[in-house]
Design a protein around this ligand. Structure first.
Ligand SMILES: Cc1cc2nc3c(=O)[nH]c(=O)nc-3n(C[C@H](O)[C@H](O)[C@H](O)COP(=O)(O)OP(=O)(O)OC[C@H]3O[C@@H](n4cnc5c(N)ncnc54)[C@H](O)[C@@H]3O)c2cc1C
Length: 501
């Protein structure tokens, strides 16, 4: 039988996953990627001796038999170029918040220690704390069903029996906004810490699931970081016979008689296939590559009303200092809010001391990063486009302001800084094309999580979308899973037995 040809737009984790699973199921796949690297948002970059990692904080599925590990195993995501398993780092502290009164509240990974810490800070919330800890322990056992292609009624029944409790708990939290969750606690310090961590309109699951997974050590950080993770998936895909064309920006999806038939690159070259998958930014795909011609009321409403993850200003410092004693992930209260030129104001600073990954800096030196969220992508886009000299000046100024703050926390910091790297929403858009520089697509609110985003468009056949813009909340595991699920759908459609390896 002749092999069907499939074009995939974008070599982020969703595109790589879809291509990899399709390739092993007898499709001839070819990826067209605008950038010169795989990974999309899942990336890191080198400056001198230092590597700045942009993406992975916690990755679901880093422990065997927890669900998403199946996908990473099949994709080869956690095996390096020498064939060795990538070591996983599970931090003792998921996060800590330096509060306005000077106290520090640590969200320990271990639920026993976490309970003690919460009781220390908020004895008046004892009953609530005990219930929360029970819930976390229950949710830590939750496994997402992945390799269900061979499951019959019995397997589903056993799965549901085992996971019904944690799944119901998760649903309970997913229906709560974070503000509703925060108001359940009487203690003011706890409320302050929660408000520092997560926006009020997001679903409580975003935080609660992350914390629960720490207890079971099933969502760690792969040593080597985000780009190495993407490279591992790329390597397995290429070994299967797949093809990736880098530096190839797709400008148009070609349609004939309501059927997607090919793509046109910015260079003017055209390529044709039986099916087209866009794993690129959702807005660009629907409104630019397809010129807004295949939209339903539902899609219009989604793109007009769903809240987005913000974009980011990422400040990276290569520091000639051993900072192994510092907490890795901290939110720091700033008595004087940090005012940025884009108009955003920051009462807390999200600080990462990357002392847990020896591959990011030479021995005795450390990568320190600060992530500031902003919704004013337009400011940075305009500035970079119209006044590049001022753009650079503003970046330098932000680095100065942040170094001044860090000097007070880490004595001798400024003198030890060897490398400074600042990226803005303009950088995110330039390198990944994500709409408004959003770092994870549609925000996970109780409403967005309760509805699905269409992966196909009305009036257009042989066209599919995968990735963070078709799954509110985004993240790497859903990106990987969507690629797998789409390949399964292709196999069902074409009468093939799905092969996961
Ligand atoms: C700061 C930060 C921290 C994060 N932390 C975590 C975490 O701890 N855990 C977690 O699970 N997730 C995390 N995420 C989220 C995760 O990185 C994303 O949700 C995921 O990588 C999205 O993958 P994707 O393939 O859907 O999209 P993308 O990564 O955006 O990939 C899309 C690809 O399409 C390409 N493209 C776009 N337009 C075109 C075009 N016209 N032609 C050709 N190619 C095109 C882009 O260059 C890109 O490579 C984080 C993200 C950020 C930014």
């Amino acid at each position: 039988m002749e092999r069907k040809r499939v074009i995939i737009i974008g070599a982020g984790i969703a595109g790589l996953s879809a291509a990899s699973y399709l390739q092993r199921n007898g499709y001839d796949t070819e990826i067209f990627e605008a950038h010169s690297l795989p990974g999309g948002l899942c990336t890191s970059w080198k400056r001198g001796e230092y590597t700045f990692d942009y993406c992975i904080y916690w990755l679901m599925g880093t422990k065997k038999e927890t669900g998403f590990d199946i996908i990473w195993d099949e994709l080869g995501a956690l095996v390096d170029e020498e064939g060795r398993e990538v070591p996983i780092c599970n931090l003792e502290e998921f996060n800590s918040v330096q509060l306005s009164d000077g106290d520090c509240l640590t969200f320990y990974a271990d639920t026993g220690r976490l309970e003690e810490e919460l009781l220390r800070v908020a004895p008046e919330d004892r009953r609530r704390i005990q219930r929360f800890i029970r819930d976390l322990r229950s949710m830590a056992r939750l496994k997402i069903p992945i390799d269900t292609e061979k499951w019959g009624k019995k397997e589903w029944f056993l799965f549901l029996l085992k996971h019904m409790g944690p799944a119901l708990k998760l649903r309970e939290y997913s229906r709560l906004t974070f503000e509703e969750f925060t108001r359940q606690w009487r203690n003011g310090k706890l409320q302050e810490a929660f408000r520092a961590l997560i926006p009020p309109d997001w679903s409580a699951t975003a935080f609660v699931m992350g914390l629960a997974m720490q207890d079971s050590q099933s969502a760690g950080y792969p040593i080597g970081g985000s780009l190495a993770f993407a490279r591992n998936i790329e390597r397995r895909y290429l070994a299967l016979g797949g093809k990736i064309n880098y530096n190839c920006r797709v400008e148009k999806i070609l349609v004939e008689d309501g059927r997607a038939v090919g793509i046109r690159l910015a260079s003017g070259e055209e390529f044709f296939a039986d099916d087209i998958i866009s794993a690129a930014d959702g807005y660009t795909t629907i409104y630019k590559l397809l010129e807004g011609q295949y939209i339903s009321e539902e899609i219009k409403e989604i793109y007009e009303t769903y809240p987005l993850f913000p974009s980011t200003i990422h400040l990276g410092f290569g520091v000639a200092k051993d900072l192994s004693d510092f907490p890795a992930r901290q939110m720091i209260f700033l008595p004087e809010p940090l005012e940025l030129p884009d108009g955003s104001s920051h009462q807390y600073l999200s600080l990462n001391v990357c002392n847990f990954d020896p591959t990011l800096a030479p021995e005795g030196k450390t990568v320190v990063t600060v992530l500031l969220n902003t919704r004013n992508d337009t400011y940075w886009q305009d500035l970079a486009g119209k006044e590049p000299v001022l753009y650079q000046k503003e970046k330098d100024k932000m680095a100065e302001m942040v170094m001044e703050i860090l000097e007070k926390r880490i004595p001798g910091f400024r003198a030890a800084v060897e490398v400074i790297d600042v990226s803005t929403p303009h950088t995110v858009i330039r390198y990944t094309g994500n709409w408004r520089g959003s770092f994870e697509g549609f925000a996970p609110t109780p409403e967005t999580l309760s509805r699905s985003v269409p992966k196909e468009l009305p009036g257009l056949s042989n066209f599919y979308m995968v990735g963070q813009w078709t799954e509110p909340g985004g993240g790497l595991p859903p990106a990987g899973l969507q690629g797998r699920n789409l390949a399964r759908e292709f196999c069902v459609r074409d009468g093939k037995e799905f092969r996961s390896r």
